[in-house]
Design a protein around this ligand. Structure first.
Ligand code: NAD
Ligand code: MLT
Length: 312
């Protein structure tokens, strides 16, 4: 019997799929600490995680039978890939399953930031009727800078064409042909985006090149009307420098779906009206969760039962 541990909350459709396969036994045990995971992981051939469970080198050392880790989502930054490789454990993800959800969350945040939706709602609920204070801006014909022209970045580009935005794009690794077809002005120098854009959205993985990609120097270059959005990974926008830029009124606003530490210990952004914060909800659309769950279950089942080895 191939035993698969489902260590984070997974849509039922993924669990049902595993249960329907002869010879596979899924076991759901979520919210475990590293110690608890180390205690039980040796029983399992495979594990499915989202972002909460950290598959650390220590967990992998305890995982005598483990042959595969499937991430129901994109980022594999919660999995120690070098340690997995050393232990002969395959790491897979479901890169396309939550693309639209994350892009829609990005557009939601850009729109809500521009129209002061959250502070206006809070104010009305608190008994006020203040139409003047919450005057906003249109996205129409504004300049959007998209950093990272991969799946989510390109989905944001497509959605922004509906608002007739001018798009500047930056991706030093791969620019899809579609970017130019959609009218994206691809820039070689990232500073052009910081200097010209009204909205800046990051869609890159977090690594040594992208950590603090937007920090004090970049905020200095921005227009006072600029709004920045991070629906990718905490730390790509430096949180201390963002706080300072917002406090000093250097930029018009920011929206963070992701944080350097999750949940964030420091609650300072909650007190700034023109900073929207959401608890890592980019992929939290029901349709996306079903898709990543089913894809993760399928690729892991295939890999562990001698089928094809692939990402979704
Ligand atoms: P992707 O791999 O399709 O795209 C990433 C793009 O970034 C690639 O085109 C790559 O060439 C580019 N890139 C890499 N380094 C770069 C750099 N230094 N400068 C500019 N571009 C660079 O990934 P994706 O599916 O579009 O996901 C993007 C990010 O969003 C990831 O960090 C992912 O983990 C995150 N994400 C967050 C949520 C959420 O819930 N908030 C949901 C899904 C994905
Ligand atoms: C991802 O990388 O897929 C996202 O952060 C979403 C998630 O963690 O579910």
């Amino acid at each position: 019997m191939v035993k698969i541990l489902i260590a984070d909350k997974l849509a039922q459709e993924g669990i049902d799929l595993l249960e329907s396969i002869d010879g596979i036994k899924p076991v759901v045990k979520t919210g475990m600490s590293e110690d608890e995971l180390c205690e039980c992981i040796s029983e399992y051939d495979g594990i499915i995680v989202r972002s909460a469970t950290k598959v650390t080198a220590r967990v992998l050392e305890c995982a005598d039978k483990l042959r595969g880790v499937a991430r129901a989502g994109v980022g594999v930054d919660n999995i120690d890939i070098p340690a997995a490789t050393n232990n002969g454990v395959l790491v897979m993800n479901t890169p396309g399953g939550n693309t639209i959800a994350a892009a829609e969350q990005t557009m939601t945040l850009m729109l809500a930031l521009s129209r002061n939706t959250v502070p206006a709602c809070n104010s009305l609920k608190a008994g006020a009727w203040d139409r003047k204070k919450y005057m906003g801006n249109q996205l129409y014909q504004k300049t959007l800078g998209v950093i990272g022209l991969g799946r989510i970045g390109m989905a944001v580009v497509k959605m922004s064409t509906g608002f007739d935005m001018k798009v500047l794009g930056y991706d030093p690794i791969a620019v899809p042909n579609e970017a130019k077809e959609l009218g994206v002005q691809v820039v070689d120098d990232l500073d052009n985006i910081f200097k010209e854009a009204d909205y800046i959205s990051v869609h890159v993985p977090r690594n040594e090149h992208t950590t603090d990609m937007i920090a004090k120097d970049q905020f200095e270059m921005m227009k006072p009307t600029a709004r920045v959005v991070n629906c990718a990974r905490g730390g790509i926008i430096n949180e201390n420098d963002l706080y300072d830029a917002l406090e000093a009124g250097k930029i018009a606003g920011a929206a963070l779906d992701v944080f350097e530490q999750e949940p964030p210990e420091n609650k300072r952004f909650q007190d700034i009206d023109n900073c929207l914060v959401t608890p890592h909800l980019g992929a939290s659309a029901a349709e996306a969760q079903v898709q990543v769950a089913v894809e993760a279950a399928q690729i892991l089942a295939d890999a562990l039962t001698g089928g094809e080895i692939k990402n979704a």
